[in-house]
Design a protein around this ligand. Sequence first.
Ligand SMILES: [Zn+2]
Length: 165
Amino acid sequence: MTHEFTEKDWNDYLDGRAEAGTEARFERHLSACSECADLRRRLRLAEGQLRLQSGYWQHTPVLADAQIEAAWQRVVTRLRADELAPERSASIPERLRFLEDLLMLLCGTRTATNALRAAAKGLSTDAPEQLSRDHWPQFLTNLAAITTIMCGKTGAQLVWESGKL
Ligand SMILES: [Zn+2]
């Protein structure tokens, strides 16, 4: 299968401005091509990150905690509505990759890697990618707790919801 889309196609598609025919082509291709489906996911995460950095904060320099939480909730809701999360049947490596992307969006690159490692600590292995399905629920509980401390409870809730196998 060839990756038949131009940068303009992608931009239009992600903005919801693609023509019906192009959109249908995208949907067909993305359901068959994991590489492009992955690209879509990453582009949407990047888009969410941009929105966070440029949008809510600049216009209101001093926000109360409740306002930050509400702003977060809006971003999170929009990301979820965009069907950001991969299929429920995803494997542990896929789920980890998604959680890492999500944590990068929520808390930054270094924190994301550290959080995943910290959450795996004390389980069967310190390497998150070697976790067994038996250990996954405990790992996810740990990760949600860590995320709560680092990025607040809305982020933790999203980690919790989207991390379930
Ligand atoms: Zn493709």
